[in-house]
Design a protein around this ligand. Structure first.
Ligand SMILES: Nc1ncnc2c1ncn2[C@@H]1O[C@H](COP(=O)(O)OP(=O)(O)OP(=O)(O)O)[C@@H](O)[C@H]1O
Ligand SMILES: [Mg+2]
Length: 203
């Protein structure tokens, strides 16, 4: 049977860096020959959860549907990277229970930093009252209590954050350690090794 894929669940405030990390992490895992799918909040909301809004109930339903989809994919050996604000512990814990092979990554940055980044101009709209229930402004974000990895994106580069996640996956034996490049001997060194082996009677 095919081995179950892993689910790396990136949670954090808007503009904390989830999508950025998801893309780089996917590239790194693909380089290692793994099958990877990203379930990104923005995209998922368009094709799967168009009917949902931003109430607590709808956000939990959003997380539930993403978990179910992630479970289907991981069951068939595909690694899933979820990039979703996923502000409620309850929803993340349910995902953990359903998925098993679950790695919760807290993509952490102070709200002031996220607001300054304002990649999509949403913080501005929230401040102006043009959108309601915006996480970090007028909607809660429940920080993870025991995440497997914390990426402090106000202090690290995206590459450093991704390396942290990969290191965790390797140490937890969830992905194989990348083989170090073969250290080749120079001709001179090869000669010395050969001589020594001859002396010892091996060749
Ligand atoms: N260590 C880091 N990891 C990820 N992003 C970083 C990091 N340092 C700086 N950034 C920058 O922060 C911004 C994060 O934007 P991104 O769209 O990834 O956030 P997001 O969490 O997906 O937001 P949203 O919830 O609105 O989709 C990017 O401009 C990125 O370059
Ligand atoms: Mg995003």
């Amino acid at each position: 049977m095919k081995k179950r894929g892993i689910c790396v669940w990136l949670t954090g405030l808007p503009c904390s860096g989830k999508s950025t990390i998801a893309k780089i992490l996917a590239e790194k895992l693909i380089e290692r020959g793994r099958d990877v799918e990203i379930l990104d909040g923005d995209i998922v909301r368009n094709f799967l959860n168009k009917d949902l809004g931003f109430s607590k109930e709808d956000r939990l339903e959003n997380m539930r549907r993403v978990s179910v989809l992630a479970e289907l994919l991981t069951k068939h050996g595909i690694d899933v990277i979820v990039a979703l604000v996923s502000p409620y512990r309850e929803g993340r814990d349910k995902a953990r229970d359903l998925l098993g092979n679950f790695v919760e990554v807290f993509v952490k940055a102070p709200v002031e930093v996220c607001e300054k980044r304002d990649v999509k101009g949403m913080y501005k709209l929230a401040r102006e009252g043009k959108i309601k229930n915006f996480t970090g402004i007028d909607d809660p974000y429940e920080e993870p209590l025991n995440p497997e990895v914390v990426c402090e994106t106000d202090k690290e580069t995206p590459e450093e954050s991704v390396s942290k996640i990969i290191r965790y996956l390797e140490e937890a034996d969830m992905v194989e350690k990348k083989e170090e490049e073969e250290v080749g001997y120079t001709e001179e060194e090869e000669e010395i090794v050969k001589k020594r082996l001859e002396e010892l009677g091996y060749i």
